[in-house]
Design a protein around this ligand. Structure first.
Ligand code: NAD
Ligand code: IPM
Ligand code: MN
Length: 351
């Protein structure tokens, strides 16, 4: 039994989580998995009507009463300081210590990649983004705020413990999944302290994995190479902010943000699954949001909860929908969010 908490959140979040839920229910009907589900109202509307972002009480329930959380997206123009998104999304990542942000970017259908005309093998990249340190801890402050002499400081953190555990997770994954190479993305040439630690730890851990190739790159050149010669990359391990940027780039190269799933993990513990994309306020309510990123996040949820057959069935259904042309406009079709979700759910239920 997988106990799943759903947090649809803001913008297109509820639209895509509805389809994720439909697919979970289809997998249950097919006898592939057993689940319980409970929906949480947290997001901008909830903040504006109750003042709560994510209370300690709700956090404790999510931590103690569920195995997995499926989140749509958080971020709303009515909350310009984004505090609820930090408390909910970053709060869950930090407080549950979900140090691995796993973001696979795999071409599911060659014609959807902007690199389709290049002479490349399909892009198949997995980003291991450090999820609890870097610039994201909130450490910093303002001095003389609002004056011409304002000072703003945001500090980036790297701990030996934090860097080592994500680098090790990337190498361990490469070894067990037969991935040929782990590449570090950093900026050690310009930011020597934080990225100097990253580079030293990466080299040390790499020596323990002689069966896995390793190389360390500067992130600017890596971004360029990701577009030019993407097949040289397999697993990319990197710091929080760089991983945020690289995972959007990799997602887009693989076929679009509408297809990119992610998992926030601490092996053996709770996990949080979410599409890589955000709340997309520009398309909310139009019925054009692509539910696939959320549905593939459900596949990751099933996989990490030990329901591999359910995970494979969901992935097959997604691939079948794309091949059959059941696509939302971002991937060149005319299907609505629900039409795509219903088609995929039917395919999951039928097998
Ligand atoms: P975004 O990912 O929401 O949107 C970027 C572009 O991609 C937009 O043009 C959008 O229409 C399109 N897009 C995104 N998801 C799509 C989908 N499923 N189907 C079709 N098109 C899709 O990024 P943004 O505009 O920079 O951010 C909007 C809000 O979302 C901000 O408040 C931001 O902080 C938040 N955000 C939240 C998360 C999260 O909750 N995990 C992630 C990223 C951004
Ligand atoms: C993501 C998002 C978040 C991040 C934002 C909304 C804080 O962009 O999940 O990629 O930067 O991690
Ligand atoms: Mn992001």
């Amino acid at each position: 039994m997988i106990r799943i908490a759903l947090i649809p959140g803001d913008g297109i979040g509820p639209e895509v989580v509805r389809e994720g839920r439909r697919v979970i229910e289809a997998a249950v009907r097919a006898g592939l998995v057993e689940v319980t589900m409970e929906e949480f109202p947290h997001g901008a509307d909830h903040l504006l009507s109750t003042g709560e972002t994510l209370s300690d009480e709700t956090f404790a329930r999510l931590r103690d009463e569920f195995d997995a959380i499926l989140l749509g997206a958080v971020g709303d123009p009515r909350v310009p300081d984004n505090r609820h998104a930090r408390d909910i999304l970053l709060g869950l990542r930090f407080r549950l210590d979900l140090f691995i942000n796993f973001r696979p970017a795999t071409v599911r259908l060659a014609e959807l990649s902007p690199l389709r005309d290049a002479e490349h093998r399909p892009l198949d990249i997995e980003v291991f983004r450090e999820n609890t340190e870097g610039f994201y801890t909130g450490s910093g402050g303002f001095l003389r705020q609002g004056t011409p002499h304002e000072v703003a400081i945001s500090e980036s953190f790297a701990t030996r413990y934090g860097v080592e555990r994500i680098v090790r997770a990337a190498f361990e994954h490469a070894r067990t999944r037969g991935r040929p190479r782990v590449t570090l993305a950093d900026k050690a040439n310009a930011v020597p302290h934080v990225y100097g630690l990253w580079r030293r730890v990466f080299q040390e851990v790499a020596e323990e994995y002689p069966d896995v190739e390793s190389d360390a790159r500067y992130v600017d050149a890596l971004a360029m190479q990701l577009v030019r010669v993407p097949e040289q990359f397999s697993v990319i391990v990197t710091e929080n902010l760089l991983g945020d940027i690289l995972s959007d780039l990799a997602a887009e190269l693989a076929g679009g943000m509408g297809l990119a799933p992610s998992a926030n993990l601490n092996p053996g513990r709770h996990a949080l699954y979410e599409p890589v994309h955000g709340s997309a306020p520009d398309i909310v309510g139009t019925g054009t949001a692509n539910p696939v990123a959320t549905i593939l996040s459900v596949a990751l949820l099933f996989e990490h909860a030990g329901a591999e057959a359910a995970a494979r069935r969901v992935e097959e259904a997604v691939d079948a929908s794309l091949a059959a042309g059941i696509r939302t406009p971002d991937v060149g079709g005319t299907a609505t969010t629900s039409e795509a979700g219903i088609w995929i759910a039917d395919h999951v239920a039928r097998g």
